[in-house]
Design a protein around this ligand. Structure first.
Ligand code: ADP
Ligand code: MG
Length: 244
């Protein structure tokens, strides 16, 4: 796919001939600097925008269901402040299912995310980590086939981020859903990705598979060569030497 945006009289290619295959049930991390095209890729996959060239091929279980088959978790939780945690999770289901089913599904999602005690709390009464969990719950409530996450933990402190990373990995294991997780954080990519796709100026600079179990201790020696390879893809071999 190629995605071009007008920029004054010029055009800027946010994505430039990118080609990517996401196997069902896989966990792919897209890693890249700010402006490398990560959010654009997610917006195209979510159907929020159309590619300038190329196309997205969806399996039948997604194309027949439409928008609700693709969940999107943003960097900020975007919760509705006048609704409780439970109501925020249930909100997307209103009118789609009957009341009893909505109550059941909301309860099981809150339980799965360890949020039962916060069901009746309002967004301004909970921490950023909790709010982001609720945002994830709201996305999962629609039972999407694919979960797109755009730097979802970027605004959280490093301890909370680590815990949520482990939770996301466990959730992926348990649900078998397809995840595409965007980050600019190398450690986060190493901690989570079964596959890491490094994006640079709208192109794939590197593509590596990491066949190590999660949760991962990315400080271990076996991550050294992986970290080096990813950093080289991001900043280039020469600049990496200059960084030392
Ligand atoms: P990332 O999420 O990796 O930071 P983006 O996908 O947001 O990158 O942006 C990639 C490039 O496309 C950037 O140069 C950005 O300025 C440009 N871009 C993104 N969205 C728009 C838009 N709606 N209009 C014009 N340019 C855009
Ligand atoms: Mg972005």
């Amino acid at each position: 796919m190629t995605k071009k945006y007008p920029l004054g009289k010029e055009t800027v290619s946010a994505l430039d001939g990118l080609s990517l295959f996401l196997p069902k049930g896989s966990f792919t991390v897209v890693l890249g600097r700010s402006g490398s095209g990560k959010t654009t890729l997610l917006r195209l996959l979510a159907g929020l925008e159309k590619p300038t060239e190329g196309r997205i091929l969806l399996p039948e279980e997604i194309s027949t269901r439409g928008r609700s088959a693709v969940g999107f978790v943003f960097q900020e939780p975007r919760l509705m402040p006048w609704l409780t945690a439970g109501e925020n999770v249930a909100f997307a289901l209103e009118g789609r299912l009957d009341k009893a089913t909505i109550a059941d599904r909301t309860a099981s999602i809150l339980a799965m995310l360890g949020l039962e005690a916060f069901r009746d709390a309002y967004p301004d009464q909970i921490s950023g980590g909790m709010a982001q969990r609720i945002a994830l719950g709201r996305t999962l409530a629609l039972d999407p086939e694919v979960v797109l996450m755009d730097e979802p933990f970027g605004a959280l402190d490093s301890f909370t981020r680590r815990r949520l990373q482990d939770e996301i990995a466990a959730l992926h294991q348990r649900t078998g859903k397809t995840f595409l997780f965007v980050t600019h954080d190398v450690e986060e990519a190493l901690a989570l990705g079964e596959t890491i796709v490094v994006l640079d100026a709208g192109r794939i600079a590197d593509h590596l598979d990491i066949a190590l179990p999660r949760p991962r201790e990315t400080g271990c020696p076996e991550f050294l060569p992986l970290r080096r390879r990813v950093l080289e893809a991001i900043v280039g071999k020469t600049s990496l030497a200059e960084h030392r």
